[in-house]
Write a new protein. Structure first.
Length: 352
């Protein structure tokens, strides 16, 4: 069934390579030692070259600072490196920021994807893999735990971020249908692991707990997410890239649906920190209550199952943030700070 279009030894353009998942993906491929990787990133607030430290100088790795909206630049890069496939991570990825202002989300996530699709088509790139999200499906009913997101669930995005990702997914679908571009879409649930920017729930809670600062819980903390270790997500993307079917969508989940409060309590318990650090704050606008992935399609088609058990993965992640304190302290003392003040202004007491 699967087409094996991208075999080991390919030359891959990885966009958003200096972000959380992109850098984990590049590291995974680099360790395997088979493909040539051209890592592209604009280095926005979320892109951090420290995430790719140690790869410089490798003959199988090149980093290029570029905006995916720079059509001429990207086209030249693809020509120069004879790119076989594009693995497209680059995006504005934080829901809270999209609520504060959507313009960059539309520019990068929608127009940026359109630009890459046109170049991929024009230059004969053999496969375009769109790294998408379960948030495109909207929110699941809380009183029907058996209902999960399948690939047939209608797209009902609720935030500017998820609307921009759903828009991009529809463009990918159309370029496949209209122009015959070979495309695959993956839609994954919430990732956690090393190198995640400390504005997302898990790294924010770890860093705040380590500094004995309050842990801001939105609303009642009973929103549910399906947490997956980034290593498992990267394995799924790799499988979909090599063996996924053109035109197909693959949902990827951790089989690990948990309320936010449980996630936070697990972090506090591993760190031996008190529950008194928890602060309930005003809820996110339009906050989706529940995400959960039905992973049976990718399991049947590609033999994929998540492997990292939650408590093991969380302990390992917490240890990484303990061992790499300088990494997140440098982020928190820099540009991150302005955003943080704006986002939490008036919502927290206790001295942030
Ligand atoms: P991230 O914010 O950590 O990384 C995004 C990267 O894209 C950054 O390095 C940033 O500098 C780069 N970027 C942004 N705009 C760019 C532009 N115009 N040109 C070039 N580079 C640009 O995000 P992440 O969590 O690693 O997510 C990566 C992808 O995976 C996104 O497409 C996101 O929608 C998707 N995704 C994320 C999750 C999750 O839980 N984090 C889950 C499912 C899907
Ligand atoms: O589901 C996949 C998506 O997961 C990805 O597409 C997004 O790129 C990624 O950011 C993530 O989106 P979420 O909005 O689910 O993740 P975030 O870490 O921002 O929040 C997780 C949950 O925790 C959510 O219900 C909001 C809540 N939260 C978050 C923060 C930052 C809090 O209660 N307090 C907080 O301070």
């Amino acid at each position: 069934m699967s087409s094996n279009v991208i075999s080991p030894g390919a030359t891959l353009l990885v966009t958003g390579a200096a972000g959380f998942i992109g850098s984990n993906f590049v590291r995974m491929l680099h360790e395997r030692g088979e493909d040539r990787i051209v890592a592209l990133d604009k280095l926005t607030y979320a892109g951090n070259l420290e995430n790719l430290e140690g790869l410089d100088g490798s003959s199988r790795y090149t980093f290029v600072r570029m905006d995916i909206c720079d059509a001429d630049g990207v086209a030249a890069l693809i020509r120069e490196h004879r790119i076989d496939a594009i693995v497209h991570f680059a995006a504005e990825s934080h829901v809270d920021r999209s609520i504060l202002g959507a313009a960059e989300f539309i520019r990068t996530n929608v127009e940026g994807t359109r630009i890459l699709l046109d170049i991929a088509r024009g230059q004969g790139v053999r496969r375009f893999l769109q790294v998408s999200t379960d948030e495109v499906y909207g929110s699941l009913p809380e009183d029907r735990p058996e209902v999960k997101f399948t690939e047939q669930t209608p797209l009902q995005p609720n935030s500017p971020y998820s609307a921009s990702k759903a828009s991009a997914d529809l463009l990918v679908r159309a370029w496949n249908h209209t122009y015959g571009l070979d495309t695959v879409i993956t839609r994954c649930s919430n990732n956690y692991g090393p190198y995640q920017f400390p504005e997302k729930l898990i790294p924010l809670m770890i860093a705040n707990a380590l500094e004995d600062k309050p842990l801001p819980v939105y609303g009642d903390g009973q929103q549910r997410r399906d947490w997956i270790h980034v290593r498992d997500h990267c394995r799924a993307i790799d499988l979909a890239l090599r063996r996924g079917r053109s035109g197909e969508v693959y949902n990827v989940g951790g089989d690990n649906e948990l309320p936010n409060l449980t996630v936070i309590e697990d972090i506090l318990s591993i760190l031996g920190k008190p529950r008194t650090l928890i602060r309930y704050v005003e809820d996110r606008k339009g906050h989706d209550r529940r995400y959960s992935i039905d992973g049976s399609f990718i399991a049947a088609e590609l033999g994929y199952r998540p492997q990292v058990e939650w408590k093991t993965g969380l302990r390992e992640t917490i240890q990484w943030y303990v061992n790499n304190r300088g990494w997140w302290e440098r982020i928190r003392s820099g540009a991150y700070r302005d955003y943080y003040e704006k986002q939490y202004a008036g919502r927290l007491s206790g001295g942030q």
